[in-house]
Design a protein around this ligand. Structure first.
Ligand code: KG4
Ligand code: ZN
Length: 321
C-alpha cells in the first residue's frame, strides 16, 4: 500500500510517499516568511501552505513515480488551526477525487514513530523522548496507538526555550540550529545555568531561559555568545537525559527513541548515543524536524489495521497523544 502523507501543522509544507519498502519520496518546503518576524506567524503560515502545497504534493508523487497513491494520510493535530485546515482539506479533496481511504494522523505520533521508519524491527515497548518547538514529553510507547505520558515540561517546550534564548541573544530564528552551531565553539561549563527538574518525571525550561536572560543583563562587557550557547545547551541536554534515564529506571524499559525537531540537536544526539544504560535509537536528521514521511508512515500503520477517517474529520489544534 502506497500512502501519501501531508504535513502542514506549522511552518513546513511537506508531502511524502511511503510503502512497505520504505520512503519513496519525501519533499519538505520550509517557509521563510517567518524569519523577519522572529517566530511563526499563523496566518502567514496558512497562506504559504495554500500557495505551496499543490506543488509539494505533485513533486512527491513524481519522485515516487506514481500518479495516485492507495491512501492519503494528513496531520489533523496538534498544530496551528489554519495551517492544519489547509493540509487536511487538501487531503480530503484528494482522497475523495481518487476514491482512496483517508486517515488523520496525530503529529506527535508521527514524530514518535519516525525513528522506526528506518528501523522497522525496533522492539516495543520503548520509551520516547519527543522534543519539539511545542512539546517536550517522555512517553512509554506500549504498542501502536498506546502511549502513556510519563513526564513532560510544565511550561516552555525545549525547542521554544532554544528559540527564546536565540531571540534574547539577537541570533535569529529558528534558534535551535543557530545555538547548536555556536555551542560547538563554546565552553559548556563556562556558566552554571540551573537544571530545572520537577517532581516525578516532569521538567521545566522557562526558569532556564530566564536565568540566561538575567546572566546576559548582568554581564559587563561583550557577551561571550558561544559560551552562553554551550552552557545553555549543556543544561538542556542534562535535563532531557536525566528524565529519560529516570523513566528507564522507573519502568525497567531500556530501549528508547529520540524524536521531534530538537532531536536534531548535536549535543543531545551525542549524549544519548553514549548512554550505556539505554539503547537509544537516534534517527537521521531528516526524520527529526517536521516532514511528510513521518505522517505517511504513522498513517500507513493505522491503515494496515483497518482504521479510516471520514470526510467529516476535523482539525484538532490541541490533540494530546
Ligand atoms: O518538530 P519541529 O520541526 O516542529 C514542531 O513540531 O514544533 O521542531 C521545531 C523546533 C524549533 O523550536 C527549533 O528551534 C528546534 O526544533 N530545533 C533545534 C535544532 N533544530 C531544530 N533545537 C536544538 N538544536 C537543533 N539542532
Ligand atoms: Zn513537529
Amino acid at each position: 500500500m502506497k500512502v501519501l502523507g501531508i504535513e502542514t501543522s506549522c511552518d513546513e509544507t511537506a508531502a511524502a510517499v511511503v510503502d512497505a519498502t520504505g520512503v519513496l519520496a519525501d519533499v519538505v518546503h520550509t517557509q521563510d516568511v517567518h524569519i523577519a518576524y522572529g517566530g511563526v506567524v499563523p496566518e502567514l503560515a496558512s497562506r504559504a501552505h495554500v500557495e505551496k502545497l499543490g506543488a509539494v504534493v505533485q513533486a512527491a508523487l513524481a519522485r515516487a513515480g506514481i500518479e495516485r497513491p492507495d491512501a492519503v494520510a494528513a496531520t489533523s493535530g496538534p498544530g496551528l488551526i489554519g495551517a492544519l485546515l489547509v493540509g487536511l482539506s487538501w487531503a480530503k479533496g484528494l482522497a475523495a477525487a481518487w476514491d482512496v481511504p483517508l486517515i488523520g494522523v496525530n503529529h506527535l505520533e508521527g514524530h514518535l514513530l519516525a525513528p522506526l521508519i528506518d528501523e522497522p524491527g525496533f522492539e516495543w515497548p520503548f520509551l520516547a523522548l519527543v522534543v519539539s518547538g511545542g512539546h517536550t514529553t517522555v512517553y512509554l510507547a506500549e504498542s501502536l496507538g498506546r502511549y502513556k505520558v510519563l513526564g513532560e515540561t510544565v511550561d516552555d517546550a525545549a525547542g521554544e526555550a532554544y528559540d527564546k534564548v536565540a531571540r534574547l541573544l539577537g541570533l535569529g530564528y529558528p534558534g535551535g540550529p543557530i545555538i547548536d552551531r555556536l555551542a560547538a565553539s563554546g565552553d559548556p561549563s563556562a556558566i552554571a545555568f540551573p537544571r530545572p527538574l520537577k517532581g516525578s518525571l516532569d521538567m521545566s525550561f522557562s526558569g532556564l531561559k530566564t536565568a540566561v536572560r538575567t546572566w546576559v543583563q548582568r554581564h559587563d562587557g561583550p557577551v561571550p555568545v558561544e559560551d552562553v550557547c554551550a552552557s545553555f545547551q549543556a543544561a538542556v541536554v542534562d535535563v532531557l537525559t536525566d528524565r529519560l534515564l529516570l523513566a528507564s529506571r522507573q519502568t525497567g524499559v531500556t530501549r528508547a527513541v529520540l524524536a521531534g525537531g530538537v532531536a536534531a540537536n548535536s549535543g543531545l544526539r551525542r549524549r544519548l548515543a553514549e548512554t550505556d544504560a539505554l539503547r537509544v535509537l537516534v534517527p537521521p536528521l531528516s526524520r527529526c524536524t517536521d516532514n511528510g514521511a513521518m505522517i505517511a508512515h504513522a498513517g500507513r500503520l493505522h491503515l494496515l489495521r483497518g482504521e479510516r477517517s471520514g470526510l467529516e474529520l476535523a482539525a484538532t489544534p490541541a490533540w494530546r497523544l
